[in-house]
Design a protein around this ligand. Structure first.
Ligand SMILES: Nc1ncnc2c1ncn2[C@@H]1O[C@H](COP(=O)(O)OP(=O)(O)OP(=O)(O)O)[C@@H](O)[C@H]1O
Ligand SMILES: [Mg+2]
Length: 332
C-alpha cells in the first residue's frame, strides 16, 4: 500500500532522507519512529505529495507520489505535523468546508462530517470556533479531517504530540480501532506508544532507515534481549533454588534475583531470541505452588535500544561517511 524505494531528499545543506526503502502492506499499522530531526516529517511530506524528493521512488495506494500526486492525496488521510486550521470557523463548518475541498459528493457530506467527528471524539466541541480550541482538540479536529473522505490509507505525523496522557490513550485507541480497516503509517518519537499499537516499527535516524521489524525482532537483531520480570509473594524459598527452577524453563537463558537477599521474591529473566517463556513460567509456579504476583515483559528493552540507536549509533553513522553534513554522491 505504501512503497518507498531508495528515497533521498536533500535540502541546501542537509540530507534529510537518505536512501530510505520500506513498504507498508495493506491493513498494516506501522510506527515510524525516530528522534527529532530524523527525517520523519520530510518522508511523510514526500509520501503525501507535498514535497518532491531528490531521488528515488514512492507509491501510495498504487499511485506514484510524484506523477500522480492528486490521485494519492485523494486516497490518503494526512495529519500534518502542524495542523493548519481556520481559526474563525466552527469545528463542523471547518469539516464541511474540508469535505467540499475533498470533493465528497454533497449528499454524503453531512454524514461523513458526523462520522468523522464521532470517530475523532470532537462532537462535544462541534460548535466551538477552531481558534478557541485547546491544542489537543485541534489535533483531534485534524484527525477528523484525515478521516473525512474515508481514505484507505492514513499517514499521521505525530498524532499524539501535545496531548495529555488521557487524550494520548484516546488517540491510541482510535488508531487501534482502525486496525484491519485502514493502512496506517504514523510517526512518533515515543517508543512505548508505538510499541503498544503497532506490530511493526520502522526506525529512522539521520535520514536512514536503521531498523524495520516487530519490536521483538528489532531487539533481537540489534543485539538486545527480551526480558521478563517475575515476582512472587511471598518469596517461595532460597533464591538459588528458585533461580535454578526458572532457568530450567525452556527459552529462559538466565534468571537473576532482583535483590541480593538469599530469598529474593523477584527475578529478571533473560529469554532466548523469539522465545516467550511466560506460559511455562506460570505453569512452573502453579506446579510448585508458588504464588505469582506479577509476570511481565520488560517494556524497556526496545526503549533502551532506541536510546542506544539515537545516542551511540550517531557517531558510528557519521564515521562511515553517512552523516547529514556529508551527502555522498547521488543527487546533483
Ligand atoms: N524545508 C527545509 N529546509 C531545510 N532543511 C529542512 C527542511 N525541512 C526539514 N529540514 C531538515 O531535515 C532534517 C529532517 O527534518 P524532519 O522535519 O523531517 O525531522 P523529523 O524526524 O520530523 O523531526 P521531529 O521529530 O523534530 O518532527 C532536519 O535536519 C531538518 O532541519
Ligand atoms: Mg517531524
Amino acid at each position: 500500500m505504501i512503497e518507498v524505494e531508495h528515497l533521498t531528499k536533500d535540502f541546501a545543506r542537509t540530507r534529510a532522507v537518505d536512501d530510505a526503502t520500506f513498504r507498508v502492506e495493506p491493513g498494516e499499522i506501522v510506527g515510524f519512529l525516530g528522534p527529532n530531526g530524523a527525517g520523519k516529517t520530510t518522508t511523510i511530506r514526500i509520501l503525501t505529495g507535498f514535497l518532491p524528493a531528490s531521488s528515488g521512488a514512492a507509491a501510495v495506494a498504487g499511485h506514484d507520489v510524484f506523477r500522480r500526486s492528486l490521485d494519492v492525496r485523494r486516497r490518503v488521510g494526512y495529519l500534518p505535523e502542524n495542523v493548519p486550521l481556520y481559526a474563525d470557523l466552527r469545528v463542523e463548518e471547518y469539516l464541511g468546508f474540508r469535505s467540499r475541498l475533498k470533493q465528497i459528493p454533497p449528499r454524503e457530506r453531512r454524514r461523513r462530517v458526523e462520522a468523522a467527528m464521532e470517530r475523532a471524539a470532537v462532537l462535544d466541541v462541534r460548535r466551538k470556533l477552531v481558534g478557541a480550541l485547546s491544542r489537543g482538540y485541534r489535533q483531534r479536529v485534524g484527525l477528523a479531517d484525515a478521516l473525512l473522505a474515508d481514505p484507505p490509507v492514513l499517514i499521521l505525523d505525530e498524532p499524539t504530540s501535545g496531548l495529555d496522557p488521557l487524550q494520548r490513550i484516546e488517540v491510541k485507541n482510535l488508531i487501534q480501532g482502525l486496525k484491519g480497516e485502514k493502512t496506517i503509517l504514523f510517526s512518533s518519537h515515543i517508543l512505548p506508544e508505538v510499541e503498544s499499537v503497532c506490530r511493526r516499527v520502522l526506525i529512522i535516524h539521520r535520514g536512514r532507515i536503521l531498523a524495520d521489524g516487530t519490536p521483538d525482532e528489532l531487539v533481537a537483531k540489534l543485539g538486545g534481549r527480551v526480558r521478563y520480570r517475575v515476582e512472587f509473594e511471598p518469596a517461595p524459598g532460597p533464591a538459588d533454588a528458585i533461580r535454578a527452577a526458572l532457568e530450567s524453563v525452556p527459552g529462559v537463558l538466565a534468571a537473576a534475583p532482583e535483590t541480593p537477599e538469599p530469598t529474593s521474591a523477584s527475578f529478571v529473566l533473560t529469554a532466548r531470541e523469539g522465545a516467550d517463556p511466560r506460559i511455562a513460567v506460570f505453569r512452573l509456579a502453579a506446579a510448585k505452588g508458588w504464588s505469582l504476583r506479577e509476570l511481565a515483559r520488560e517494556a524497556s528493552s526496545l526503549e533502551e535500544l532506541f536510546a542506544r540507536i539515537a545516542l551511540e549509533m550517531a557517531p558510528a553513522a557519521a564515521a562511515d561517511g553517512g552523516g547529514p553534513a556529508a551527502p555522498g554522491g547521488g543527487a546533483p
